[in-house]
Write a protein that binds this ligand. Structure first.
Ligand SMILES: [Mg+2]
Length: 97
């Protein structure tokens, strides 16, 4: 994903991590906007066979993968380790009701 983003010119100069993370947030906000539309399911305006919700979830993951590729984060390893950790946590993390 990062190689694609580079090939499209998004990494021709330095990128600010805070801005990149804010752009991840913005994709989720776009998903909220699709869910707020009166007619459901609201279809994506660029890839009409996708719901807007699905398209924006994809955009969010694409931005996360690009970020991790750019900054050397092994996301697969991080997810596997978080999954293992979460598997060992108690029901509702041990919190009462
Ligand atoms: Mg989007």
């Amino acid at each position: 994903m990062h190689n694609l983003a580079k090939s499209k010119g998004w990494w021709d100069g330095p990128r600010n991590k805070f801005e990149l993370i804010a752009l991840m947030h913005s994709e989720l906000s776009e998903a909220v906007e699709y869910l707020r539309k009166k007619e459901q399911p609201a279809m994506d305006d660029k890839v009409p066979e996708l719901t807007g919700e699905a398209a924006e979830m994809a955009d969010t993951v694409i931005r996360i993968l690009d970020y991790c590729g750019a900054f050397g984060i092994n996301l697969g390893d991080a997810i596997a380790k978080k999954y293992a950790y979460n598997t060992g946590r108690p029901y509702k993390h041990g919190k009462l009701a």
